[in-house]
Design a protein around this ligand. Structure first.
Ligand SMILES: *[C@@H]1O[C@H](CO)[C@@H](O)[C@H](O)[C@H]1NC(C)=O
Ligand SMILES: *[C@@H]1O[C@H](CO)[C@@H](O)[C@H](O)[C@H]1NC(C)=O
Ligand SMILES: *[C@@H]1O[C@H](CO)[C@@H](O)[C@H](O)[C@H]1NC(C)=O
Ligand SMILES: *[C@@H]1O[C@H](CO)[C@@H](O)[C@H](O)[C@H]1NC(C)=O
Ligand SMILES: *[C@@H]1O[C@H](CO)[C@@H](O)[C@H](O)[C@H]1NC(C)=O
Ligand SMILES: *[C@@H]1O[C@H](CO)[C@@H](O)[C@H](O)[C@H]1NC(C)=O
Ligand SMILES: *[C@@H]1O[C@H](CO)[C@@H](O)[C@H](O)[C@H]1NC(C)=O
Ligand SMILES: *[C@@H]1O[C@H](CO)[C@@H](O)[C@H](O)[C@H]1NC(C)=O
Ligand SMILES: *[C@@H]1O[C@H](CO)[C@@H](O)[C@H](O)[C@H]1NC(C)=O
Ligand SMILES: *[C@@H]1O[C@H](CO)[C@@H](O)[C@H](O)[C@H]1NC(C)=O
Ligand SMILES: *[C@@H]1O[C@H](CO)[C@@H](O)[C@H](O)[C@H]1NC(C)=O
Ligand SMILES: *[C@@H]1O[C@H](CO)[C@@H](O)[C@H](O)[C@H]1NC(C)=O
Length: 409
């Protein structure tokens, strides 16, 4: 009889615990239900044809009381510009002749100007190749003789975004090369994705994105390496307000379920000096690249970043030159692919890396439901047993008490 009651109680407790955890995990996982209406437009305001190799993609993400404009352009070094406005009717205005001359600040504007809250740009400036004869994968401590002349992405010939634009999946792809023999059978590609709401890609690294972010997936495919020991690094630059210095935070996690073997995420953020106020914008990536087209564990290779350096001048980007005037600063860093002992680029002739660019604080991976259930069982069961033990002892005592203090008549 007592055993049955105990069993029923155990079940009840477990059920309760499970329900509570479901509720909590539901809150953690679904708390971010912010949505935006996203539309894609190519070469806004242009009514003639552009010179080949130039396309400007405007992604407009309208919220309840604000608009996020993402602009992605191949004029000069490929650039993703993010502009946040507090108006739902802000728009992008381009003075095309001036814009194409790459020399006029103000030829691209987001109007009305007074609605602008935050803007920053991420520029893909150079691809460095070095000969790693000692297999150290440490370009920062390598003689300059190990480096080949870098590929300047500003002088690449890029494909037409119009041919790869997909308004259904909200993606577009830019592929290019320098026209020389190394790139005769290969290319460097950048694929941009815009998002209406929270989610993840189905391929690794499966970065968590939300309505305030866009993702750029970069890959280098089929390019002939200039040595048998070639490794690559990618140089990135950000442009932002001078009052918002940038830094890279590395955030650790104990859950690698979405990106197996990777327990970190790097966040290149801009936030006000001396302020506890939150981050205003970010570029976020997991320190992993893939050497195989199928992103799997065998093809995963760690990557590292150098510390951000202030740059003397604005990057060679048409979009940056057209949008930013004075009062902006540039900082740059290199993402280095591979670590000592990893296979060289030439083994697979493939390298791919993903970065998320967005407004506000970077999204944080929460524990997946599976991990929560495992933790619940692992931690919950002993707790339930202890609780039950306590309850049993109490009941025993209660039952025993009347006997012990029975008055003697
Ligand atoms: C092209 O756009 C400009 C400025 O918006 C306008 O003045 C011009 O008439 C347009 N040309 C055509 C052919 O639509
Ligand atoms: C850019 O503009 C400046 C001043 O407006 C001018 O001196 C310079 O020659 C221009 N450069 C190009 C490449 O058009
Ligand atoms: C938008 O921001 C600007 C500058 O911060 C401010 O002057 C303006 O009143 C704001 N507009 C709305 C609709 O909040
Ligand atoms: C490779 O290692 C050797 C011996 O340690 C050293 O002398 C040489 O400078 C290294 N080469 C490079 C490119 O780092
Ligand atoms: C994009 O391509 C389509 C068809 O290929 C064409 O009708 C359209 O005008 C192009 N748009 C731009 C902005 O070039
Ligand atoms: C866009 O992508 C979807 C899903 O992959 C595909 O079905 C569709 O054909 C694509 N549209 C264009 C225009 O490529
Ligand atoms: C690639 O070609 C361009 C011109 O087409 C040339 O200026 C550049 O030096 C070449 N780069 C290499 C590494 O050969
Ligand atoms: C490009 O591919 C063709 C055919 O596969 C081959 O003959 C050529 O040597 C390759 N070029 C380079 C630079 O690898
Ligand atoms: C996205 O931006 C909007 C407007 O600034 C904000 O209300 C919302 O909380 C943001 N969502 C996330 C996930 O950061
Ligand atoms: C690269 O390796 C191949 C085969 O191992 C060899 O034939 C070739 O000479 C090497 N090239 C260089 C530049 O070392
Ligand atoms: C930031 O704080 C430090 C000390 O707390 C102070 O010396 C410095 O002047 C402050 N800088 C700014 C820009 O407020
Ligand atoms: C990237 O690495 C190259 C080669 O070491 C170096 O010359 C360049 O200054 C680095 N760029 C940045 C922004 O640190």
């Amino acid at each position: 009889m007592a055993a049955t009651v105990q069993l029923a109680r155990t079940h009840l407790m477990l059920l309760l615990l499970f329900l509570i955890l479901q509720l909590v995990s539901g809150f953690i996982l679904d708390s971010d239900d912010y949505r935006r209406r996203v539309s894609l437009e190519l070469n806004p305001g242009l009514n003639s044809s552009v010179p080949p190799g130039v396309s400007l993609l405007h992604i407009q993400a309208r919220g309840a009381s604000d608009t996020l404009h993402f602009l992605f352009c191949s004029l000069g070094a490929p650039t993703l510009l993010l502009v946040h406005t507090n108006s739902t009717s802000s728009s992008v205005k381009v003075d095309w002749p001036q814009f194409l001359s790459k020399n006029d600040s103000g030829s691209l504007q987001v109007e009305p100007k007074s609605s602008m809250l935050y803007s920053s740009a991420l520029v893909f400036t150079r691809l460095w190749e070095y000969e790693d004869v000692n297999n150290t994968a440490d370009p920062q401590n390598m003689p300059s003789s190990s480096f080949f002349p870098p590929y300047e992405l500003q002088s690449f010939t890029w494909g037409d975004l119009n041919k790869t634009l997909n308004s259904t999946t909200r993606t577009a792809q830019l592929c290019g090369g320098d026209g020389n023999s190394s790139f005769s059978n290969g290319s460097l590609c950048l694929a941009i994705s815009a998002f209406e709401s929270v989610g993840r890609d189905h391929i690794w690294p499966r970065l968590l994105h939300n309505a305030n972010s866009s993702q750029v997936h970069v890959w280098l495919k089929g390019v002939t390496a200039r040595s048998n020991y070639s490794r690559f690094s990618l140089e990135l630059q950000t442009v932002g307000s001078r009052e918002l210095p940038s830094r890279v935070d590395v955030v650790r996690s104990i859950d690698d379920e979405y990106t197996p073997s990777i327990f970190q995420v790097s966040e290149w953020v801009s936030s006000p000096v001396n302020s506890t106020s939150p981050v205003l914008g970010y570029s976020q990536w997991k320190p992993v690249a893939y050497r195989t087209v199928a992103h799997n564990l065998e093809g995963a290779t760690p990557c590292r970043h150098s510390s951000p350096q202030p740059m003397a001048e604005l990057p060679p980007s048409g979009l940056v030159k057209a949008y930013f005037g004075n009062g902006y600063q540039t900082s740059g860093l290199n993402i280095t692919f591979g670590i000592a002992g990893d296979p060289f680029y030439g083994v697979t002739n493939y390298l791919s890396w993903t970065v998320l660019v967005g407004l506000g604080s970077p999204p944080i991976d929460s524990f997946s439901p599976l991990v929560i259930v495992i933790m619940a069982v692992g931690l919950g069961t002993p707790m339930v047993l202890i609780l039950l033990g306590g309850v049993c002892v109490c009941i025993r005592k209660r039952q025993a008490e009347p006997l012990a203090y029975e008055p003697i008549n």
